[in-house]
Design a protein around this ligand. Sequence first.
Ligand SMILES: NC(=O)c1ccc[n+]([C@@H]2O[C@H](COP(=O)([O-])OP(=O)(O)OC[C@H]3O[C@@H](n4cnc5c(N)ncnc54)[C@H](OP(=O)(O)O)[C@@H]3O)[C@@H](O)[C@H]2O)c1
Length: 282
Amino acid sequence: MILVTGASGTVGGETARLLAEGGHRARLLLRDPARLPDPRPAAEVVVGDYDDPEALRAAMSGVRAALIVTADPSAPRHDAALVRAARQAGARRLVKLSALAVANPAADDLITRWQREAEETVRSSGLEYTLLRPRAFMSNTLGWAEEIRRTGTVRAWPVDAPSACVDPRDVAAVAVRALTEPGHAGCAYPLTGPRALTVRQQVAVLAHALGRPLAVEELSEGELRRRLARRWPEPLADALAEMAARRLDGGTARVDPTVEKLLGRPARDYSQWVSEHLSAFR
Ligand SMILES: NC(=O)c1ccc[n+]([C@@H]2O[C@H](COP(=O)([O-])OP(=O)(O)OC[C@H]3O[C@@H](n4cnc5c(N)ncnc54)[C@H](OP(=O)(O)O)[C@@H]3O)[C@@H](O)[C@H]2O)c1
């Protein structure tokens, strides 16, 4: 049995779907059954929060391998609780969704520090582990969808600094390999897309696919920070702004061959991702 946590989220949902397609027995942990991936994959479901030890016990029971996805940088206890429950249940293998910034010594924002601590929690668990370290997800551009539909303009910062963004489906495909195959223990995988793109280039791909012109308006760093602070608690908004600023020094542009090596096919391109999510932008 394989447990997928964060199963209502981006990578967990894709992982659940790919595991079901591959005929693997899977269990999904989510806190709201109404947020099951659509279409619903063939899998068991356990409902519960990472703060609920009983739910974690039920979720981990009989599990051989687990995908660990946490999302709250103010709660490192979530990774600790999941690892504890995995050990107590006799699970053998953990696959942890981390982030590529952890490998950049210059990255010291709240989110990256939290991911480093979570990696250490997993590494010191005594269980087999694999660390997935993706660059920014292509799906983050869904955050532009409402503004594109309403105004035909993307407002962002910085707009001319490249990032080797990755399709979360590739992250999930690597997760499935690490959960189900031998040979991934102790590995930390940098996961990027096939080329680095700036915001302006991503918007050009979207405009081409939509068949209509889209404008790009560059915000100032301060404007980005204020926009983030309207949506997120201030420490998180600050961390996200720091992450955006790191694009400027070219540190996010490096394309890594790991996705292609592991999957035996090229990493998925942004235009492929766009073609499958176009309805969100129309
Ligand atoms: N986005 C990026 O560009 C990017 C890049 C690199 C790494 N990452 C890392 O990827 C991870 C997020 O993955 P994602 O984008 O696939 O997830 P996501 O779409 O943000 O969803 C988060 C998942 O975690 C669940 N969750 C959050 N808190 C929970 C709790 N207390 N108890 C139970 N479930 C809880 C959510 O459940 P609900 O549906 O109930 O909220 C949801 O299923 C983060 O660690 C992030 O740092 C993201």
